[in-house]
Design a protein around this ligand. Sequence first.
Ligand SMILES: O=P(O)(O)OC[C@H]1O[C@H](OP(=O)(O)OP(=O)(O)O)[C@H](O)[C@@H]1O
Ligand SMILES: O=C(O)c1cc(=O)[nH]c(=O)[nH]1
Ligand SMILES: [Mg+2]
Length: 195
Amino acid sequence: MTPNDVLEEFRSAGALLEGHFILSSGLHSPVFLQKMFVFQDPARTERVCRALAEKIRDAFGPVDYVVSPAVGGIVPGYETARHLGAKAIFVERENGVFALRRGFTIPEGARVVMVEDIVTTGLSSRECLASLQEHPGTMLGAACLIDRSGGKADLGVPLVSLVQLDIPAYAPDQLPPELAALPAVKPGSRSLKSK
Ligand SMILES: O=P(O)(O)OC[C@H]1O[C@H](OP(=O)(O)OP(=O)(O)O)[C@H](O)[C@@H]1O
Ligand SMILES: O=C(O)c1cc(=O)[nH]c(=O)[nH]1
Ligand SMILES: [Mg+2]
């Protein structure tokens, strides 16, 4: 699958949104990739995750465990693991901090890859990787469907992606006027609170 094929999957799923978005990192952007519009279609998800699994195998060799950060990473983590013949587990926020819960464990000596959906600043990926540091297993590297940092995000481990884009993102006090004029929405799950 070429980067254009992958982008076309996002485009035809209606996942390329334009407006004013507050991202997980707190940055603001005129573009949001609503990956859940891709993941609601299992056939589409299979196509992109099969391609990601191939890239992972080429970059890192055999993989035993895929670990993903909830919520966005769970579906692509599972589907990519299926193509790798690996187990799929996830970290989720406990008092705001990613942790392996539900009794998930990683065996000693396991070959592990972290799979994210989208990388913007790499903050969520770094938090996920940090949460795994005290656990057994060898972290081979990270993978995502779309790296919208233009390759600038530094995870501290190698990152492979299907598509690299350089999408503008702004600090809240540095918004261009045309963006500031639009009402802002925050689609992600970080800091989501139940009522
Ligand atoms: O590279 P970053 O700057 O961390 O941004 C990318 C992260 O943002 C989104 O997660 P979010 O926290 O919005 O929640 P979600 O996984 O529930 O969508 C996305 O799933 C990545 O995890
Ligand atoms: O940075 C984010 O929070 C983010 C960007 C994006 O395009 N899609 C997404 O799900 N999260
Ligand atoms: Mg996420």
